[in-house]
Write a new protein. Sequence first.
Length: 159
Amino acid sequence: MYQDEIKRLEQIVKQLQADDGCPWDKVQTHESIKAGCIEEACEVLAGINILRETGKADNLKEELGDLLLQVIFHACLAEKEGLFTLQDVAKASADKMVRRHPHIFHKPLTDENGRPVTDWKAIKKIEKQGREWEDGYLPDAFDEGRALIAKAETRKGLR
């Protein structure tokens, strides 16, 4: 077993996306693989349900791996585009968890009056200052997600 299986998976994806890589993988874009991302998220839900109903975790492990592949695939595309790396994604997520759990990791953030802010929603609001416009994209994203799920259901013969 490799010491760092996530790094191994990242290297596999980079090889697939390389100019001399897999014909399918190397032409994919963030847009072209949106459907796979939402489909894998739904399959994780199924894996959780299987675990709840049967106590068997194999499907959940497999589907989490497929969802992880989606994250790594997008991050590798972004790296090729000069936007960010998988390490940047992991760092941003780790930093967010530390900031949003000040009771565990450090002194809390403070508001404009110097008062400690420890509530998750309040911390998130501080983090998003100047980026509130991003929330305007959510309604269309949820609509798109529902449409992609419907297509996946049809493709899998569930509708």
